[in-house]
Design a protein around this ligand. Structure first.
Ligand code: G3I
Length: 366
């Protein structure tokens, strides 16, 4: 491990130990926290507490459904609003999954943010081929028109474009090298936002991306794009920080996060935390240490954001470790054996972990 990392890790573990000694991470938490759920603490502060879910999880797992209704005021489709699910074949839409989630959410009093309208991943092969060899513009606008019209008034927001910036691809303005970019150039982002605003003028339109907290070039690329969109009068309302954090493998850049949030606020946009979780399967420690470092990393990150703004959402990518994407080897090559990743507020059995208590404390401090 590089010397700087060793120092960072030592500091992190000392911080965890310190909290353990102070009892902040012990099992016998302040009982007042047990009374209030995160959504209650956030209520009145203009913050949605959310979770990425599927309709099957809510339908087939009543205990999980109970926790989501208790702790969250918003849900996001983890994969049921993506092209692979919505558009299995050319000319065909299958809205059944997302329709089910919308219906459940309405019955449970949960708001919904749609995710995503335009992304390079989770695309069926036919669509990628059409983008590169056919009429990409019509496909983009047709998808946005059909999907946002169907859910107008049923979702409060859309991730209109997801992950368009990747400076290491070496393209002008740091754009990611995707089929959408190759077919339509950088203008596909503005076109997507303009079209979504035309169809659903009441939805909060979000640009969503990851890595701001670890990669200054990524942060700057997103800021440059946002400034250009705003200068061109493009209807964009918020920036989604996915916030997929790492327990040890990467070192957080709190100063970059603060600078980024200040710049976004100057542009008049809101900040959303859209996919918060902590990847800790590369951290070999006992359960208490793992849970402690997850909580400590999240606290550093949340402190950086909350020192500059109040996010309109704190949404987790899942809510219980039982359903974390990070426990699936296909998404987490650091975890080839598929060990349970402990990066969410509730453990496998829906018990509150130190991360839950840290978020509760941060919400109370606002
Ligand atoms: O599609 C089947 C569905 O028919 C079936 O009912 C269900 C039963 O488990 O499985 C579905 O399979 C896969 C699904 O994950 C559930 O594991 C999908 O094929 C697969 O594409 C989907 O992967 C998702 C991935 O995005 C790609 O869409 C992950 O769950 C999801 O966590 C991940 O989320 C992304 C965000 O959208 C963007 N930010 C990064 C984040 C993590 O990669």
């Amino acid at each position: 491990m590089k010397p700087g990392r060793r120092k960072f890790m030592a500091g992190m573990l000392a911080s965890v130990a310190g909290r353990n000694a102070a009892g902040a991470l012990t099992r016998n938490h302040d009982t007042s926290e047990e009374v209030h759920a995160l959504r209650e603490i956030a209520f009145g502060k203009g913050i949605h507490v959310g979770a990425a879910v599927s309709s099957d999880q809510l339908r087939l797992d009543p205990s999980f459904r109970h926790e989501i209704v208790k702790e969250c005021s918003l849900v996001v489709p983890e994969w049921q609003a993506k092209w692979t699910t919505l558009r299995p074949l050319p000319g065909q839409f299958d809205f059944s999954g997302f329709d089910a989630l919308i219906k459940q959410s309405g019955a449970l009093g949960l708001a919904v943010r749609g995710h995503p309208l335009v992304w390079h991943a989770a695309m069926p092969a036919w669509a990628t081929n059409e983008i590169l060899t056919g009429d990409a513009r019509s496909l983009l606008e047709g998808h946005i028109a059909t999907t946002t019209k169907r859910y107008r008034g049923k979702v409060i927001a859309w991730d209109v474009v997801n992950e368009a910036i990747r400076p290491e691809d070496g393209i002008a303005y740091g754009f990611r090298d995707t089929p959408w970019y190759r077919a339509l150039g950088a203008g596909y982002v503005a076109a997507a936002f303009r079209h979504a605003a035309e169809i659903d003028p009441d939805a909060r339109l979000v640009y969503n991306d990851y890595g701001v907290e670890y990669d200054d070039r990524r942060a700057d690329g997103i800021l440059d794009m946002v400034k250009r969109l705003r200068d061109d009068g493009v209807p964009i309302h918020a920036i989604g920080l996915q916030s997929h954090l790492w327990a040890t493998r990467k070192q957080l850049h709190p100063r970059t996060v603060k600078r980024f949030c200040r710049a976004i606020k100057r542009e008049g946009l809101d900040i959303l935390i859209t996919e918060l979780d902590v990847r800790e399967t590369d951290f070999l420690g006992d359960i208490e240490s793992r849970d402690g470092i997850v909580s400590a990393v999240a606290e550093i990150y949340l402190d950086a954001i909350l020192s500059e703004c109040i996010p309109k959402e704190i949404t987790f990518w899942g809510f219980s470790d039982k359903y974390s994407w990070l426990s699936k080897p296909m998404y987490n090559p650091e975890n080839p054996a598929g060990h349970l990743n402990r990066g969410l507020p509730l453990d496998y059995s829906y018990s509150r972990k130190p991360l839950w208590h840290t978020v509760a404390r941060k919400l109370r401090e606002i």
